[in-house]
Design a protein around this ligand. Structure first.
Ligand code: PLP
Length: 306
């Protein structure tokens, strides 16, 4: 067997997630689709303030913030950002103050406060509204400068928690998944939602946890961006992670499918609705409409296409 060069993460991390998350079979969904055997890795169950994939990244990012002596954390996302909500909770767990830059089309808080936005209020995050689009770099920098000027020590976490430090959380996730999957057998593919790209970049580096013969295809279903630009970002994130960790081995090119952009970011259409209902009604598992619901709709369509 071809033994890959192992990646060692020698960075501080804080314990924020319930790990390992379960790897569960989906027998009723598989039967309903008359397709291949399907399993689900439950990273919705990481636990922190209702969970999600950003928690693994935040274990490394918040540890770095603490090491740098930060007193507050800045990050950014859309109005209903899962990443912003998990960052606010992670900051609170570690005694840091959350400062969130949130996008809305009007640059103001919407009238209807619900979902993650309501949770951000409950977590006591300070909210800064912007009309700037992702990655919100200008608004973040302006806010960081203003906080510094008033004597604060802000730590900036980029959009999606996707940088060299954050992606280490998904190198860990692949170590964890490789072990769980080996108990089941060989998997052909892992299909997942990809957007800011850090999850996919970490997964690419984490492929080293699989022996050559056990490697699944990694199929990122793009949520909101064309394959070329997202692919370039994922590759560059993986490269920056490799440099940070002193890994000089090969990194596979990212595989991204942008056939399922539907109604654009957070535009919930018939495909997402069908996928979410199908999983709920066959397995009792609930997925979100923006990311996992769209990736599942893509997976279902790919199965139907054979
Ligand atoms: C953020 C998010 C993703 C995408 O992860 P990236 O690292 O931004 O590509 C997928 N699923 C859910 C539920 C998310 O919140």
């Amino acid at each position: 067997m071809n033994q890959a060069q192992p990646i060692v993460i020698n960075l501080p991390s804080v314990d924020l997630a319930y790990l390992p998350t379960p790897l569960e079979p989906l027998p009723r969904l598989s039967a309903e689709l008359g397709g291949p055997e399907l399993w689900i890795k439950r990273d919705d169950l990481t636990g922190l303030a209702t969970g999600g994939n950003k928690t693994r990244k935040l274990s490394y990012l918040i540890a770095d913030a603490l090491e740098q002596g930060a007193d507050c954390v800045i990050t950014a996302g859309s109005t209903q950002s899962n990443h912003a909500r998990q960052t606010a909770a992670a900051a609170r767990v570690c005694g840091l103050e959350p400062q969130l830059v949130l996008f809305s089309p009007t640059g103001q808080a919407p009238e209807d406060i619900n979902g993650n936005l309501l949770l951000n209020q409950m977590l006591g995050a300070t909210l800064h509204w912007t009309t700037e689009r992702a990655p919100y770099a200008e608004t973040i920098q302006t806010l960081a400068a203003a906080l510094q000027k008033s004597g604060r020590h802000p730590y900036v976490i980029p959009y999606g928690g996707s940088n060299a430090i954050g992606i280490c959380g998904y190198i860990d996730a692949m170590d964890e998944a490789a072990e769980q999957m080996a108990d089941v057998g060989r998997f052909d593919a892992i299909v997942f939602a990809t957007s800011s790209g850090g999850t996919q970049a970490g997964m690419l580096l984490g492929m080293n946890a699989f022996s050559q013969t056990m490697r699944p295809r990694l199929v990122g279903i793009s949520v909101d961006e064309a394959q070329e630009s997202l692919g370039a970002r994922v590759s560059s994130l993986a490269q920056s992670g490799a440099e940070l960790l002193g890994y000089a081995g090969p990194i596979e090119a990212p595989e991204i499918n942008d056939d399922y952009l539907g109604g654009g970011y957070a535009g919930v259409g018939p495909a997402e609705r069908e996928a979410i209902r199908l999983l709920a009604q066959t397995e009792g598992v609930l997925v979100d409409p923006v990311y996992s619901g769209r990736a599942l709709a893509g997976l279902i369509d790919l199965i139907r296409l054979g």
